[in-house]
Design a protein around this ligand. Structure first.
Ligand code: NAD
Ligand code: MG
Length: 397
């Protein structure tokens, strides 16, 4: 196993320019003896990608937007870098599969990360999994692929990382009564549904505890993020929905808990900073410095917990319902949510239109048995088309 005195771990980081990508590189930069960046990817920000290449000297860089291939190639050349310039969706899969790297950080947002995340799982990589939408879309396929190839999935979502740390290390579930996923409650915690009618994208993205990309920030504001996380936990930890509960905890210090039948409850605590989970995943089973400040409990003085308000935030209930329905329902939910959130961020859909669009899409497309990945991907596309049509109808009404 790679450690400080052995060969460094070689890391492919997909979604390098995002919030998780930035935090990952911050941890990596603290341990140049342990980690070497093999590949970096970004969606469209060539300038930032070239800057990261200058800093981390990867063997290859991928710009997902293929129209910017020449711009990336010229930028790398102008910077005097030997980094190979690649572009397009297939190149993302290629760097996730490349035998030159042993670790893949899946930090692309949305189902756009599906193919590369799955490729890493199929190739037996250490997979640091932040891209939760892939798990919601095709969790069973992903977990099965990892099992067959021997890929080690290390959850990066802070709640799932906490649960991973609190579950028995042998992978057994004996004695586990429930998982308790904590939720900060987002920027609108305590508000009535009616009072949310006119909230803006900037208000929704002003998360009280975490600085994150805009899509997950809106998901946190609707509580859909927690709904996606319930589905994610079901797949990653193999427990039924009935054993996965959500607990609102506004301080975001307790990242999640595991309740055992003997009455023991194990929790993982820490300051709200994704570098803890990333350092855990990068070094596991060792522990390394992440740059996160030690927890000062006397300064915090108190930790609060409350039940989620499903009336004001119906997205969480929609996610539980999709999980109960099973088959393609979670894939439909995820696709409709991606369309709804993008439309809200563009100012085309009001905040309360998000759950409305999800419900309408789920009602319009009957769930089917999930079958294989093709069925799920096809369903993802169909749900996106349906959601866009419904959105147009809502706009005309
Ligand atoms: P972000 O928007 O900050 O970054 C997303 C990254 O993905 C960027 O590098 C972007 O260039 C790339 N990307 C976007 N669309 C793409 C496409 N179509 N093709 C290829 N690349 C594309 O998002 P983020 O907050 O870093 O979140 C990334 C993932 O991690 C999400 O799935 C999110 O739910 C999950 N996550 C994030 C946090 C957090 O604190 N930010 C916490 C838990 C889980
Ligand atoms: Mg989370």
């Amino acid at each position: 196993m790679a450690g400080a005195l052995n060969t460094p771990r070689r890391v492919a980081l997909l979604g390098a320019t995002g919030s998780i990508g930035t935090s990952t590189l911050d941890v990596i930069a603290r341990h140049p003896d342990r980690f070497q960046v093999q590949a970096l990817s970004a969606h469209s920000d060539v300038e930032k990608l070239v800057e990261l290449c200058r800093q981390f000297r990867p063997a290859c860089a991928v710009i997902a937007d293929a129209a910017r291939h020449a711009q990336l190639r010229d930028g790398l050349r102008a910077a005097g870098l030997a980094t190979a310039a690649l572009a397009g969706a297939q190149a993302l899969v290629d760097i996730a599969s490349d035998p030159e790297s042993d670790t893949v950080v899946a930090a692309i947002v949305g189902a756009a990360g599906m193919a590369s995340t799955l490729a890493a799982a199929r190739k037996g990589k250490r997979l640091l999994l932040a891209n939760k939408e892939s798990v919601v879309l095709a969790g069973q396929v992903l977990v099965q692929a990892a099992r067959e190839s021997g890929a080690q999935i290390l959850p990066i979502d802070s709640e799932h990382n906490a649960i991973f740390q609190c579950l028995p290390a042998d992978g057994g579930r004996g004695g586990v009564r429930r998982l308790l996923l904590t939720a900060s409650g987002g920027p609108f915690r305590g508000r009535s549904r009616q009072s949310l009618e006119k909230v803006t994208p900037d208000q929704a993205c002003a998360h009280p505890k975490w600085v994150m990309g805009r899509k997950i920030s809106v998901d946190s504001a609707t509580l859909m993020n927690k709904g996606l996380e319930v589905i994610e936990a079901h797949h990653l930890f193999g427990l039924p929905a009935a054993a996965i509960e959500v607990l609102v905890h506004p301080q975001s210090i307790v990242h999640s808990l595991v309740d055992y039948v003997d009455g023991s409850v194990l929790a993982q605590l820490g300051n709200p900073d994704m570098r803890t989970a990333l350092a855990h995943g990068l070094a596991w089973p060792e522990r390394i410095d992440s740059g996160v400040a030690p927890l000062d409990l006397p300064a915090l003085a108190r930790l609060d917990f409350e039940a989620p308000d499903l009336g004001a935030f119906p997205c969480l209930a929609l996610a539980y319902a999709a999980l109960a329905t099973g088959g393609t329902a979670p894939a439909i939910l995820n696709a409709a949510n991606e369309v709804a959130v993008a439309s809200f961020l563009e100012g085309r859909l009001p905040f309360l239109g998000i759950p409305a669009l999800l419900e309408a899409t789920l009602a319009a497309i009957p769930a089917e048995p999930a079958g294989d990945l093709d069925v799920l991907m096809d369903c993802d596309q169909r749900a996106r088309r349906q959601a866009r049509e419904l959105l147009n109808e809502m706009e005309r009404a």
